[in-house]
Design a protein around this ligand. Structure first.
Ligand code: M7G
Length: 334
């Protein structure tokens, strides 16, 4: 039997050497953005979760290996997201040689094991929102969604008044723009106040592999809430974000534009204009047709009609207990 487990290890090693492509990219990410040993990204933090008290599981997915939990840290409400990260090709040698293998069952040519990996290869990506508002708890709760049809008038009379009062704080965005947070994570900045932006990893991406690349471009202009506010005067800004964002990603991660999905969300969660850059093939949350608008389409739409996003009916999903959905219902729109 020993030889069959050796064979499995050998064929895995062969797959690794045969696979070329993304394996090389992994190395690229590590080279370009060292995250072990440079002391900046790996800040040690005391275990603020040691006293975490779970009150409810908001959502989980066995397939995506992620769980969203509501609970308390000291007396404060918190949302904690635990996510198992992908297995990296560049860690396979160490994973095979440095782990303990416990046999679960063996039958003919088939066997299953529990592999106990060294701790540093078995980390869980953890996101903490604390203090979390009621709205955060709802955002992460598993819920049915409903598609809303928003005319230009609906936007003015229903959506705008609602988001002016009820939307998530964009303080984290201002902290990024003012280099008060995540400064060392910024990959690129065009400081121009009109067309400039910052490019940085979305906090959904652990930067360990390019396969699930997720970057955000946050614009310097502060008066553009969302897609709805875009006019033809913003074309230079949008073109600049698209062009320079693509160039940076090609340079840093060797990913050409043909491998990228560049889009805006409508409705976004945070009403300060930002653009999502994700790797094509990675099903990023929120990249479906009901919420994502390709930046290239947005640019063309504004070129053909300067008031396109001011006047069009836009469609988007809202969760069952989203307050905005309630407002559409009250107005007899659903
Ligand atoms: P969105 O379209 O406004 O909303 O995108 P969504 O969260 O419903 O998709 C905001 C994006 O910003 C998301 O992709 C978030 O993962 C990301 N994001 C949110 N916060 C609070 C942070 C943060 O503090 N830092 C970083 N780097 N990204 C964040």
């Amino acid at each position: 039997f020993g030889s069959s487990s050796r064979n499995m290890a050998e064929s895995a090693a062969k797959r690794r050497t045969d696979s070329g492509g993304s394996g090389d990219l992994n190395v690229e990410v590590k080279k370009l953005k060292p995250d072990h040993g440079d002391g900046r990204q790996e800040a040690e933090s005391g275990n603020i979760l040691s006293a975490f008290k779970t009150s409810a599981v908001l959502n989980d997915s066995a397939r995506e290996k992620i769980i969203f939990i509501h609970g308390k840290v000291a007396d404060q409400d918190a949302v904690v997201i635990l996510e198992k990260t992908p297995i990296r090709q560049d860690s396979l040698d160490e994973l095979f040689s440095g782990s303990t293998l416990k046999l679960e069952m063996r039958n003919d040519i088939y066997s299953t094991y529990r592999l106990q990996a060294p701790p540093h290869l078995n980390e869980i990506k953890t996101t903490v929102v604390c203090p979390a508002t009621e709205k955060h708890v709802k955002k992460y709760q598993r819920q049915e969604s409903f598609l809303v049809e928003e005319t230009a008038e609906d936007y003015q009379s229903i959506t705008l008044p609602y988001i002016q009062k009820q939307s998530f704080s964009v303080q984290w965005v201002y902290n990024v723009l003012e280099k008060k947070a995540e400064a060392e994570r910024i990959l690129y900045e065009d400081p121009d106040p009109q067309v400039g932006f910052l490019l940085l990893p979305d906090f959904k991406w652990d930067q360990k592999q390019v396969d699930d690349l997720y970057l955000l471009a946050i614009v310097h202009q502060r008066n553009i809430k969302s897609l709805r506010d875009l006019r033809s005067e913003h074309l230079p800004l949008l073109q600049n974000v698209l062009q320079k964002g693509k160039e940076q990603i090609l340079q840093r991660y060797k990913l050409p534009a043909s491998q990228l999905r560049v889009y805006l969300h409508y409705q976004p969660s945070y009403y300060h204009l930002h653009v999502h850059f994700t790797k094509l093939g990675y099903e990023a949350p929120g990249c479906g047709v009901e919420r994502a608008h390709l930046l290239t389409d947005v640019i063309q739409n504004l070129q053909s009609d300067p008031r396109y996003y001011e006047t069009r009916t836009l469609y988007f999903p809202l969760r069952a207990d989203d307050g905005l959905l309630g407002k559409f219902k009250e107005a007899g729109k659903l």
